[in-house]
Write a protein that binds this ligand. Sequence first.
Ligand SMILES: Nc1nc2c(c(=O)[nH]1)N[C@H]1C(S)=C(S)[C@@H](COP(=O)(O)O)O[C@H]1N2
Ligand SMILES: [Mo]
Length: 301
Amino acid sequence: MARRWTSDLSPRDVTPERAFLNRRQILGGLAAAGAVTLSSPRARAQEALEPNSWEEITSYNNFYEFGTGKDDPARYAGQMATSPWTVAINGLVDRPGEYAFKDIMARMEIEERIYRFRCVEAWSMVVPWTGFELADLLDMAGIQERATHVAFETLLRPEEMPGVARPVLDWPYVEGLRLDEAMHPLTLMATGIYGRDIPNQNGAPLRLVVPWKYGFKSIKSVVRITLTDSEPPTSWNVANSREYGFYSNVNPDVDHPRWSQATEREIGGGLFSPRKPTLMFNGYEDEVASLYEGMDLSVHF
Ligand SMILES: Nc1nc2c(c(=O)[nH]1)N[C@H]1C(S)=C(S)[C@@H](COP(=O)(O)O)O[C@H]1N2
Ligand SMILES: [Mo]
């Protein structure tokens, strides 16, 4: 498939945990041999990324359904039942329905993607996700001509989610993308981290990952995906449209009204490590800048 991202080097036919270990061995081996696959800029970009530890990725989280503290999700998200799980895919699709998570997993090609992850609060991590391209899931449902956007919704189950008792956001958490953003080969539905099933606090059993956008676009524990013909409402934009736009592309030149977005604090970087410059589109400019050609990014922030 032409749009498949070619820098994934993990073997597909081994268990995910082995795949992660093998990927590193393969990278090392191929690099030594000077293999041509490593000469693509995307492959080099991915190779250079050093992932955060499992501990960092799974203990410092935002998942407001479980509370607003960074350690609340790790403490409380275990209460969320994630099996059985279905994802309703509906709206402007040829094959709407309730898709069982296990059936989705049987049909999708699982890959590893090491991505930068930049929160709008100006901290960042590097996460070795496993998952599949959202485009493949949408193709499975059959996108209709009139569709222009994709809307996403998180599980809402108050008895398992202590955070939703407070009206911090208008629950359920909802997000959205333009269809071309959703179909971009970098856009992932993550089902794992470090080759293990994704922990509840990170959005089990499947969550969106859009690496060139602020973290809040990467909606967790998705139960509904709707193809629409207009821009869908998104939780943080509804809560405060002056501070959080629909696009929310990582952009060091467009500050948040209350803080600079020019630099970021690396999680796990240590108390005295300097802040790191934030990269345009979080370092994915070559891949995604064309999606926003002609748009004023300070207006469409
Ligand atoms: N449903 C839901 N999805 C969510 C959030 C949330 O509160 N609820 N927080 C967002 C924010 S602000 C960030 S930075 C990321 C954090 O993902 P992580 O905990 O896996 O690092 O999840 C995003 N997805
Ligand atoms: Mo965030």
